[in-house]
Design a protein around this ligand. Structure first.
Ligand code: AMP
Ligand code: MG
Length: 325
């Protein structure tokens, strides 16, 4: 689009650009989003073109306030209000029955819509001043790693974008938890910082259906391969890692391993590695920046040491296994 993409810290220009049917990148607590006026099909169409995203992949509509929920959804169940009151503003997207006014461009023609009030002061300021819903996917090219800094957005889309609102690195670092409330039972479509346990603490125990990764993509746009580096990427369980890496290196591959301090001793000698935090929230916050840096580095294969198969690591494991395809 334009060669001169600008990075700003105030939302004023972004508000004006959105009102004029333009597209802006902005920070949220999860990842940076690529936003447009959700009531304007042409503006929303621009998002798909900028991202090279297939048009049947629905976008999440971001709202300033829970009171806007019924502008976009109908037949809203009590569970939606319970979850929204507890977790909004925050990293939770609710899938609800779509109101007739929502453009097809936003929902990919589905009869449902994804809604979220983001927990980020700049995103909320933008939403309040703009006044309406902002349709926004992550601000990366389709299938690539989501951006967690303004610089990442610039790398991904700087040649196609006019304006990026910068507010530093994202606090959460992974995309929102998505829960569908249109079926007989609430269903987890994408794990995130808000866990099933958090949701069941509000809705009641064993209320949420959690299909395993292999049984998805049930949310359109959630293909197994997503959030991916360009370089070959594999997740390996601890017991296999040493031998597999030795084999790859034997075949002349330059391998780098994303690992934990406690596991460095399990690695073969002289292999390149990056140590991640042992805490899932900190790991999540750093993951995409690390993947991006290693993808740009002088390696030809990236291996991630699988984090524990435990609930607090569910979102991180989901993204790692998706990145591995
Ligand atoms: P992104 O912001 O790039 O993670 O994309 C938003 C994701 O939200 C999509 O890829 C879908 O997985 C999900 N989503 C948005 N709207 C819906 C919907 N109506 N039904 C199911 N999933 C949705
Ligand atoms: Mg995305």
């Amino acid at each position: 689009m334009s060669a001169a993409c600008r990075i700003v810290s105030e939302v004023g220009e972004a508000v004006a650009l959105l009102a004029a049917g333009g597209v802006v990148a902005f920070p949220t607590e999860t990842v940076y989003g690529l936003g447009a006026d959700a009531t304007n099909p042409e503006a929303v169409g621009r998002i798909f073109r900028i991202k090279d995203r297939p048009t049947d992949h629905p976008l999440i509509v971001h709202l300033a306030d829970i009171s806007q929920m019924n502008d976009w959804a109908m037949e809203i169940p009590d569970e939606a209000y319970l979850l929204a009151e507890r977790f909004w503003p925050g990293p939770l997207t609710l899938i609800l029955r779509r109101d007739g006014r929502v453009p097809d461009a936003v929902t990919g023609g589905l009869d449902t819509v994804g809604l979220r009030v983001p927990g980020h002061p700049v995103a909320l300021n933008l939403l309040r001043r703009f006044g309406g819903g902002i349709a926004a996917p992550s601000a990366n090219r389709f299938g690539r790693i989501s951006p967690t800094t303004a610089r990442h957005v610039l790398e991904e889309l700087g040649d196609r974008l006019e304006l990026i609102v910068d507010s530093g690195p994202c606090r959460v670092g992974l995309e929102s938890t998505i829960v569908s409330l249109v079926g007989a039972r609430p269903q987890l479509l994408r794990p995130g910082a808000i866990s099933v346990a958090d949701i069941e603490a509000v809705l009641g125990r064993s209320r949420v259906a959690c299909p395993p990764l292999s049984d998805r993509p049930r949310a359109p746009g959630m293909h197994a391969s997503h959030y991916a580096p360009r370089k070959p990427f594999r997740v390996m369980e601890r017991t296999l890692i040493r031998e597999s890496i030795s084999r790859m290196r034997g075949a002349g591959r330059k391998v780098v391993v994303i690992t934990f301090l406690s596991r460095v001793d399990d690695l073969p000698d002289n292999v390149a590695f990056h140590v991640m935090p042992g805490n899932p929230d900190d790991y999540a916050r750093e993951l995409y920046a690390v993947m991006r840096a290693l993808d740009n580095g002088d390696f030809d294969f990236i291996v991630a040491d699988a984090p524990p198969d435990a609930l607090p690591w569910q979102a991180v494991r989901d993204r790692l296994y998706r990145a591995a395809g």
